[in-house]
Ligand binder design. Structure first.
Ligand code: PEP
Ligand code: MN
Length: 331
């Protein structure tokens, strides 16, 4: 159970509570989260009921599987800052870049296009989670360095997926934000370590067969560790649909807005696996209230080192940006 001590809680009530816990010999930890304090007590049903009775005015979360990330814990929307350059959580934002970091020249071409379109966050995979061990596995350290150089040169923020918590120190030097991929949504050690070892934003993708509650519990692991800068990313589910790589669950955005204060973005590239669907699904993401999209783009999409079928070219990206801007004037 978690007890929230906000600035509305009186000092007297707080000391009464701490005295109560001490008297009962209840072990707890106290930590700051989202401008409040949280007293965390490991589940004990009997004690929980007694506490709720003794302190009816305190905000307590007794049977909840996730608390800190919930709308009940914080009513206002969280806004996440990327390296002082961009905020996610207010206006609709676009994050774009190749599936995998490629040559410095290609990365610069992409960054140039992004900045000309007002896109300030570049994505690019470096340590790649590939289904087949024979597929391109990413440029690893070298990729991180290329991404870093590109983002510095164009003064934009960068994001790359991390697979292994032993690499947090290395990533922290080169990227402005982390991505936890769909395959790792339930890698709890990775989530815990990203929670405690970095304050940089974490884009937490939804597992291909994860429920919304499971996804939020994963976000809770990160926040409990101390990193509040979390962005959820819907990227589609495994379903019987055989004409797309994944089925993009746009209804999850609407459901999540009620359940959590965290920003939610959508990845229509992995969500469909098809470049002909990316623009329309991006517009649809805007309509359902997403805070942005994460898109794969490449100057010559069919030559992408990974995911060549879903990357869009610059012309399509520009069309997408223009159409989103048009939508912004009417919705
Ligand atoms: C990616 O963003 O390139 C990626 C591997 O995504 P996902 O984890 O959603 O499959
Ligand atoms: Mn990809």
């Amino acid at each position: 159970m978690i007890i929230k001590i906000s600035n509305k809680t009186s000092k007297e009530e707080t000391s009464k509570l701490l005295e109560f816990l001490l008297k009962k010999g209840i072990k707890y930890t106290k930590n700051d989260y989202l401008n409040s304090q949280a007293i965390i007590i490991e589940d004990n049903h009997f004690i929980n009921n007694e506490l709720i009775e003794a302190f009816p005015n305190l905000e307590m979360f007794s049977n909840d599987k996730y608390v800190l990330v919930s709308r009940a814990f914080q009513k206002e929307d969280s806004v996440i800052n990327f390296a002082g350059r961009e905020n996610i959580g207010k206006d609709f934002k676009i994050i774009a870049g190749p599936c995998s970091v490629e040559t410095p020249k290609i990365m610069e071409e992409i960054a140039e296009k992004l900045t000309s379109l007002g896109i300030n966050i570049i994505r690019g995979g470096t340590y790649k989670p590939r289904t087949s061990p024979y597929d391109f596995q990413g440029q690893k350290s070298q990729g991180l360095k290329i991404l870093f150089e590109t983002s510095k040169k164009y003064n934009i923020a960068s994001v790359s997926e991390i697979l292994d918590y032993n690499l947090i120190e290395e990533y922290d030097k080169y990227v402005d934000a982390y991505q936890v991929g769909a395959r790792n949504m339930q890698n709890y050690e990775l989530l815990r370590e990203l929670g405690s070892k970095t304050k940089k934003p974490i884009i937490l993708k939804r597992g291909p067969s994860a429920t919304i509650d499971e996804w939020l519990m994963s976000a809770e692991y990160i926040m409990l560790g101390g990193n509040e800068n979390i962005i959820l990313c819907e990227r589609g589910l495994k379903t019987i649909s055989d004409k797309t790589r994944n089925t993009l669950d746009l209804s999850s955005v609407i459901a999540l807005k009620e359940l959590t204060h965290l920003p939610i973005i959508v990845d229509p590239s992995h969500g469909s696996g098809r470049r002909d669907m990316v623009r329309a699904l991006s517009l649809a993401s805007y309509v359902v209230g997403a805070n942005g999209v994460l898109i794969e783009t490449h100057p010559e999409p069919e030559k992408s080192l990974s995911d060549p079928f879903q990357a869009i070219d610059f012309e399509e990206l520009e069309r997408l940006v223009n159409e989103i801007n048009k939508l912004k004037t009417i919705l």
